[in-house]
Design a protein around this ligand. Structure first.
Ligand code: KG4
Ligand code: ZN
Length: 355
């Protein structure tokens, strides 16, 4: 008789975990410029979350350099995973499954996490769960808010993505709207760069905006064909032109006023479309996620709009908004409970889709 293969044993283990309804998951995230690992219990309870940021490595280039990101992941991943297990007070045999971000993201960066997770799962004889990075961001709210359950509408705004998603159930997503050009975080970073702020400029522009007037600079009103779609490139071009004109005239660039006006325009658009989508799909709950969910103006605007509309509003603490592995461990739990496990043919998928 043949011995069962690693995959057959993983399937049998996954079935036992599904029957129990419990799992401790070691999750790995390496899709962009943070190497992260976390231990998450039952999709909600974070036992450990370690994030090694590469920001200092990329800042002098003004953005993420993919090759540098891949190398730094290779250098850091073993120590980050070991640290997560140490902080959780467990060893690999205590883990029930390994989870990893398979995409979307930078292919070389993703490959490091995927290869490491496959090796761990094979060596420790554990099921492997592949997670979509955007699904991870959505799931950050499960970690932060135990009372949150689907259905709800989520605005996911990060450095690489801007989507309005309807979460019909765990793992069931409908795309309602998305950006037609730049992601919101990308627009923040580009605007910040024009104002002379270092990478990633989003949080710095946010801080600077508190010292300026949001009505100081007139920015164009944005129109998109899709009701719930966004566009940020026109705002960015208008800002670049305004700054260049001031510099050519030798006039002072009122950076705080420009930051405040830009932030207002981006926040207004994100909030307006998210509220429209939530109202028109009769959602009773709106959630916010992704790196840009750290933005103070956006958090405040949506909180107020939801209160006025009688909708519940959830947003994670900022450490769960930017890239982390706790959110991946949460998303992985619900996949595992549906029996969705990966085999060793799993590869990095830079354009992985969620719908
Ligand atoms: O989710 P994330 O860590 O990575 C991606 O998946 O892209 O998002 C990073 C993005 C960066 O563009 C960063 O500038 C932006 O989130 N960001 C902010 C703020 N904090 C982070 N943008 C505006 N205001 C903030 N406070
Ligand atoms: Zn992200």
């Amino acid at each position: 008789m043949n011995h069962p293969s690693w995959y057959q044993r993983a399937q049998a283990r996954a079935e036992r975990l599904m029957a129990q309804g419990h799992a401790t998951i070691l999750a790995i995230e390496s899709s962009c410029d943070e190497t992260a690992a976390a231990v998450v219990r039952d999709g909600r309870e974070v036992r450990a979350s370690v994030i090694s940021s590469q920001i200092p490595l990329h800042a002098r280039f003004g953005g993420v350099v993919p090759e540098i990101a891949s190398r730094a992941h290779v250098e850091n991943i073993a120590a980050v995973v070991d640290q997560a297990l140490l902080e959780a007070g467990i060893a690999l045999p205590d883990v029930d499954a390994i989870a990893v971000t398979a995409g979307p993201g930078l292919v070389g960066a993703l490959l490091v996490g995927v290869a490491y997770a496959k090796a761990l799962a094979f060596a420790a004889d554990l099921p492997l769960v592949a997670v979509n990075h955007i699904e991870g961001h959505v799931s950050a709210n499960y970690v932060a808010h135990p009372e949150l359950t689907p259905p709800f509408v989520c605005l996911v705004a990060s450095g690489g993505h801007s989507h309005i998603v309807r979460v019909d159930d765990y793992g069931v997503y409908t795309l309602l709207g998305q950006t037609m050009d730049d992601a919101a975080g990308e627009a923040f970073d580009k605007a910040a760069r024009v104002l002379g702020l270092p990478y990633p400029g989003g949080p710095l522009l946010d801080a600077l905006s508190h010292e300026g007037r949001p009505d100081a600079l007139a920015l164009p009103r944005v129109r998109t064909e899709g009701r719930y779609d966004f566009s940020f490139s026109g705002l960015k071009t208008a800002l670049v032109n305004a700054v260049h004109t001031l510099r050519q005239r030798g006039e002072e660039v009122p950076a705080a006023d420009i930051a405040a006006s830009f932030q207002e325009a981006v926040v207004a658009q994100l909030a307006e479309k998210a509220m429209l989508a939530a109202r028109e799909t009769h959602a009773s709950t709106l959630t916010l996620a992704g790196g840009v969910a750290s933005n103070s103006g956006l958090r405040e605007r949506l909180e107020q709009a939801c209160a006025r509309a009688g909708m519940r509003f959830f947003v994670p603490p900022t450490v769960l908004c930017t890239d982390n592995a706790a959110m991946i461990g949460s998303a992985a739990f619900y996949r595992l409970m549906r029996g969705e496990i990966a085999d060793l043919s799993l590869n990095a998928q830079p354009s992985l889709r969620l719908w």
